[in-house]
Design a binder for this molecule. Structure first.
Ligand SMILES: Cc1cc2nc3c(=O)[nH]c(=O)nc-3n(C[C@H](O)[C@H](O)[C@H](O)COP(=O)(O)O)c2cc1C
Length: 393
């Protein structure tokens, strides 16, 4: 029910309405950009122009990227995993162009952004009308396509549970919700059976492809879809692996939380190269991801640490992970001491936080009959693009 008196933003329980709301905001920013085109020749980069330029920059430098990521990493892979028949045909015809347009609009924006830098600080009143025209036109028709085809399809075919996963992912991307390890899956049962994997089936970006498979793993209710093995090798060259839970994945990489002084922490300090592995046996799938590991920012680690239950926070402080201890009684003594010292407001210890693996090689493996499996590998290139190739089973 809409309230005509107050223009309230929709909640994340209606993620498609939130995406439409973002489009409305983009339209306002595009209008401001066009207003600037007529304002600047008459008034120069005056205070009003500077303010308008800053507002447009603020929006397209941050919110628009989040909006694109919502579509690329969550919405389109989720639709791709769900659409059937005519919907699937339509989606396959639209999705590559949508992704390509995002890239082109990013490039066009960079050109305008550097002009706006100077308008925003009052040093220039130059804004190229053809650059602005191209950008406005591209965004306008892009949004029209999404509103005419993608949004109605999403509303029609995504289940309430999928909508809630989508809304949750969008909130996490904006730091509005701590990353959760598990999502209610009760009504998401779906039988994928034996599948195949072809070059054409896989998306251009491995993170988007991972998102698609991850959503499918959740829908299929595989056991612990977010559990992954992390393999590390210290300076002695001896590998070690263990299971951790992925807490977030996005354009930046794959994140988990742990103790920086643990064995894995020591090995990563000596050698940041690592490999993570997901195995989803119910779908006969594995994903192998390799790359360099970095620590997450203290801000991100705080956000996750303080979102955990109090007892988990205390346990993280009390445990010198991977160090020997005489017996369980000793551990409980440590825990009680930490609880007494911290009360209900423990501080995240500096040695506890997140690691993010920034991938440079991602392999998707789909089991097939007679061990004639499908393997598609993405490799990061020097210019930041990914190549994709099939390798033999
Ligand atoms: C299902 C599962 C999930 C786990 N999740 C985590 C995790 O998110 N973070 C973590 O530090 N350890 C986690 N562990 C424990 C690790 O496997 C491991 O015992 C611990 O991190 C110490 O490893 P290290 O001595 O190699 O550093 C998990 C274990 C299992 C079986």
């Amino acid at each position: 029910m809409s309230n005509s008196l107050i223009d309230t933003a929709p909640g994340y329980d209606q993620p498609i309405a939130v995406l439409k709301h973002c489009h409305d905001k983009i339209r306002k920013q595009l209008q401001t950009l066009q207003n600037l085109l007529s304002h600047l020749p008459r008034h120069g980069a005056d205070a009003a122009a500077q303010q308008a330029a800053q507002a447009v920059q603020k929006y397209f430098n941050k919110a628009a990227h989040l909006h694109h990521a919502d579509e690329e990493i969550d919405l389109l892979p989720m639709l791709d995993a769900t659409a059937e028949g005519e919907d699937a045909v339509l989606l396959r015809s639209l999705a590559p162009a949508i992704l390509e347009q995002h890239q082109q609009m990013d490039k066009d924006w960079n050109i305008i952004n550097s002009q706006l830098d100077k308008v925003a600080n009052g040093s220039s009143a130059a804004l190229d009308a053809s650059d602005v025209g191209r950008f406005v036109q591209a965004y306008t028709s892009h949004m029209e396509t999404e509103e005419a085809h993608i949004a109605p399809m999403a509303k029609r075919i995504l289940s309430p549970a999928q909508m809630s996963i989508l809304g949750e992912a969008m909130q996490q991307r904006r730091g509005l919700l701590p990353s959760s390890g598990g999502i209610a899956l009760a009504d998401l049962r779906m039988d994928y059976g034996r599948a195949s994997l072809s070059e054409a089936d896989t998306l251009g970006d491995p993170i988007a492809q991972f998102a698609k498979w991850f959503h499918e793993a959740m829908k299929a209710q595989v056991n612990e879809p977010n559990a992954m093995s992390v393999a590390t090798v210290g300076k002695d060259g001896r590998p070690s692996s263990r299971i951790v839970l992925i807490k977030q994945y996005d354009e930046r990489g794959f994140t988990w939380y742990t103790n920086y002084q643990s064995l894995k922490g020591q090995q990563l300090a000596e050698n940041p190269q690592a490999a993570i592995l997901f195995f989803w046996p119910e779908l006969e799938r594995q994903v192998r991801i390799e790359g360099r590991v970095e620590q997450t920012s203290a801000e991100d680690s705080d956000k996750y640490f303080y979102s955990r239950p109090l007892k988990s926070q205390l346990a993280a402080i009390a445990s010198q992970q991977s160090q020997p201890i005489a017996d369980r009684g000793q551990m409980e003594v440590h825990y009680a001491a930490v609880e007494a010292a911290s009360g209900d407001k423990p501080q995240r210890p500096a040695h506890w936080g997140g690691y993010r693996l920034v991938p440079d090689r991602v392999e998707f493996w789909q089991g097939r009959a007679s061990r004639f499996h499908d393997r598609i590998v993405y490799t990061l290139q020097a210019d930041g693009s990914w190549t994709k190739e099939r390798i033999q089973p």
